[in-house]
Write a protein that binds this ligand. Sequence first.
Ligand code: ARG
Length: 571
Amino acid sequence: MVNFKEEIAKIIAEHVDGLSAEEIQSMVEIPQDTKMGDYAFPCFKLAKTLRKAPPLIAGDIAAKIAENPIFEQVQQVNAYVNMFISKEEFVKDVVEEVLQKQEDFGKSNIGEGKPVIVEFSSPNIAKPFHIGHIRSTVIGNSINKLYKAMGYDVTRINHLGDYGTQFGKMICAYRRWGCKEDVIKEPIKTLLHYYTKFHEEVETHPELDDEAREIFARLEHGEKEETELWQWFRDESLKEFNRVYKMLGIEFDSYAGESFYSDKMPRIVEMLEEKGLLQESKGAQIVDLEPYGMTPALIKKSDGSSLYITRDIAAAVYRKEHYNFYKNIYVVASQQNLHFQQWIKIIELLGFDWAKDNIHVPFGLVSLEEGTMSTRHGRVVFLEDVLNRAVEQTREIIKEKGVNTDNIDETAKQVGIGAVIFQELSNNRIKDYVFSWDKVLDFNGETGPYVQYTHARAASVLRNAGEAAAKADDISNVNPEYIMSESAYELAKLIYALPQTIIDAGEKYEPSVLTRHIVDLAQSFNRFYHDEHILVDNEEEKISKLALVKAAKIAIKNGLALLGMEAPERM
Ligand code: ARG
């Protein structure tokens, strides 16, 4: 596809001394108001070198480039050269490009195969996988897909919370009050129950704490019995997590969680010692971070057991050595901001120049309309239940609507789960937000179902068009003059902007940039659909319009795929 910005910069560069085409390209703007052109070039910066008033410079440039056939019109307005691209060139170029690239449309190669790690989801073993986990899981999955689309070589890591002193407590509780069959039947609920019971009992029997500590020490030393129990808890929990990942269509390349680093920590402690970074404080080992305005980082407890932060330092060092990452991205709640600032600072203090390549992508809290959920207050809302409810309700809605689908179960799943994902990603990630059932499943709002419905509508137009739809694949059958109306042109512009939007969303680690654009695309398609008769008698006109419908359908589908959503053909 013609990169119009680049093309324009080249044309202007021929008439401006002292500025390279690249410099000019970085100055070219896309005006908010389309009346000011598709592109604009501000001339303020040139005034000094050319010793002329900016409006005069703009006038000169405008006069010189106006004849180029790439432009329909060039105007000077104050200090700006406003350029209108030839609509004919533009729509033809966009449609041709999309139809040729198909599922690859939107991809770029700015990543040049560089290795990137996206760590996301990372729930804790034997703890509920609740609605709060949806954020890291869904945002992380989309960021992973965005980076793949940008040409990076992405590794998806689930840094499971599968280690720590709480496993001493859990094993202790299981041995005292546990029942194997219960764990097998409902692993997480049962294990959580044991854990809670431990905390109740320890109030009156403080010796339980010592017992749990001892058990954890045995686990850290790799004693057979403790390790087997821990492994079993881990396997059972993972089975439950995987059920949810499957519903969401999410996969990981590695489940190397905290336990994976247990034997890699002594080395970290040694490194810290060598650099003189460790200090003793009340029998524990800490790194003083006061000079950097942070509380101290606790590296090793007085009983010798290791800590969460130490495992994160070990994980980063391991990942650098193993994957030689270009970027190591962590999609983790903003509640852990300090934790990430601390350990990334420590990596820097260890003298690693790649400290800056560890990137914490934080996000705000999600709450339900009924009120926030919290494991401590027992008001846990399981993510799996939320997804199931979304599918159930969607099934009811599409039944009522009398939607024609060959597989209602499959459609209800695609739309119900997609609705939850879309709502999750529509919000600026750093903001807290309230999960609302009414909003999620609104087919008319700026929602997942609305966008999917628009895609299905495009699919339906193409089905109804019969043979003409196939002819639209051949660009020589397309006459751009039929797709230059205001609504057609707006739609083509939004399609054209998708690849750059994907890059913007990726670089900002912000999928909501993409959800916004997909909503705009869908709304624009619907305007086109209402404004125009598509299946007209004139064969050439019909085929040309169908080509634009196809391009829009592909753009929406590819966009949804990067959010981790399906695009049903019928609904
Ligand atoms: N398991 C942690 C939790 O549920 C999140 C882990 C985040 N990742 C990390 N590398 N610290 O809070």
